[in-house]
Design a protein around this ligand. Structure first.
Ligand code: MTE
Ligand code: MO
Length: 332
């Protein structure tokens, strides 16, 4: 759970920054959701506060202090978190352009309030939920996950959210539901990338139902103790830490339960390069490059060594069982 102890825990990073109304409202809702959990936090115990004090909020965002960390096994990487400046300025969000700097430059136009997510398909209780409602579904936690991009770089990001399983429990999947499809916003007006044909929009991703139910699979609303910056997928996104970054779809608008494996955007674009599973695996190379090592963003000095990529991005103990008996060369 992620909670702050009192309202004095909020501080402005700069008094000169003016917060636009929708952003202010989203933050206020997020913070209300967090403060409502103070009692639960007392029960859970106050641990590891020091690490939270170290996580800097994105420039212009409000910061939270006195937070509690997740107790989901594997949810806390011991690696040093990536500098928030890097995490918010070196992004992949093709709806805003393919250059790493494009999302930070262009995503300001994204309107993240009001925002609803359609949850439908093979469920007993489908619904259309406002972000404000989704925030009430569960306590918010801080989780420090490694994120490994298929391109060969990685970051360590303190996310704020809750297990997607909490949402799935609410809508009650039918016995016939085997997969979950994630659809993200494709608005040609505010998203210049959608006007070009790099991908077949909207951006679609998918998970097997048991992957979606795994406690590490996070529905994220924030990072670095503040609401998600637009370029990182505001107002809510998925984070699947043992898979390549592109499985973690940003700015979700629909979550659909199906009996067929979803057609994903990257698989449609290049089936031989991007499989449905896309588990981080140093032993299965991308057809055009090795996946054995990675560059940690922030460690890119002249003498910085590349890091060895870990099986399932280091989450093998937690998720290895999901793939028992599967040929991972074939189901890449
Ligand atoms: N909707 C959408 N989601 C997306 C992408 C995208 O282009 N569009 N890029 C993916 C890729 S390739 C990566 S590595 C991560 C990057 O997340 P970050 O910018 O928050 O680090 O977002 C993923 N989610
Ligand atoms: Mo990526």
């Amino acid at each position: 759970m992620l909670i702050h102890s009192s309202t004095s825990g909020f501080i402005h990073t700069s008094p000169s920054e003016i917060t636009p109304e929708p952003v202010y409202r989203a933050r206020r809702d997020l913070m209300r959701a967090m403060t409502g959990l103070a009692g639960a936090a007392a029960l859970a115990g106050w641990t590891d506060r020091v690490a939270f004090a170290q996580s800097a909020a994105p420039a212009g965002a409000r910061r939270l202090s006195g937070l509690v960390r997740s107790n989901v096994p594997g949810a806390l990487s011991m690696d040093k978190p990536t500098d928030v400046k890097d995490a918010t300025s070196y992004n992949n969000f093709y709806e805003f352009g393919t250059d790493k700097a494009d999302p930070a430059r262009n995503a300001g136009a994204l309107k993240t309030h009001p925002w609803t997510v359609e949850v439908d398909g093979l469920v007993a209780k489908p619904g259309r939920f406002a972000v404000e409602d989704l925030l009430k579904f569960s306590a918010l936690e801080e989780r420090i996950y490694r994120l490994r991009c298929v391109e060969g770089w990685s970051m360590v990001i303190p996310w704020v959210g809750y297990s997607l399983s909490q949402l799935i429990g609410r809508v009650q999947p039918l016995g016939s539901a085997k997969y979950v499809e994630f659809v993200t916003l494709a608005d040609p007006v505010t998203m210049p990338g959608v006007r070009s044909r790099v991908l077949d929009w909207p951006y679609v991703e998918g998970l097997r139902l048991d992957e979606a139910l795994h406690p590490l699979t996070l529905l994220a609303f924030g990072m670095y103790g503040a609401v998600l910056p637009n370029q990182n997928g505001a107002p809510l996104r998925l984070v699947v830490p043992w898979k390549y970054g592109f499985k973690s779809s940003k700015s979700l608008v629909r979550i659909r339960f199906t009996d067929k494996q979803p057609q994903t955007a990257w698989n449609k674009a290049a089936a031989l390069e991007y499989g449905f599973y896309s588990n981080v695996n140093p032993n299965v190379d991308h057809p055009r490059w090795s996946q054995a090592t990675e560059r940690r963003i922030g460690e890119d000095g002249l003498f910085a060594k590349k890091r060895k990529t870990l099986m399932f991005n280091g989450y093998e103990a937690q998720v290895g069982q999901l793939y028992a008996g599967m040929d991972l060369q074939k189901f890449f």
